[in-house]
Design a protein around this ligand. Sequence first.
Ligand code: FES
Length: 112
Amino acid sequence: MKLIVTDRDGREHILEALEGWRVMEVIRDWGVPMKAECGGSGICGTCHVHVDPDWVGHLHDPNDDELDQLDQLADADETSRLSCQILMSDELDGLRVKLGAEAADSDEAKAA
Ligand code: FES
């Protein structure tokens, strides 16, 4: 299944994903720069993505902890999610997300 990611430079990456993997893990495993500092614990906000509006309704609702974390992000809007809290599944084949400002890893971006 595919995950389509737009990075902070506006480049689109079409990534092969496996069922049950976190969106954050897929992005990092394919080398798209993303901080994801807490490693998926849902407490750092640096895996922030904006979900394509056409896909927002396909995702499960964020829980209170995720909403609290998103509330603290300057770049968050109604399409925002923590990518470590989204698990890939057949229903999400073709999911499109764009990295949020907090996810930018400037050092890796320069090296890429
Ligand atoms: S990796 Fe830290 S909140 Fe997702």
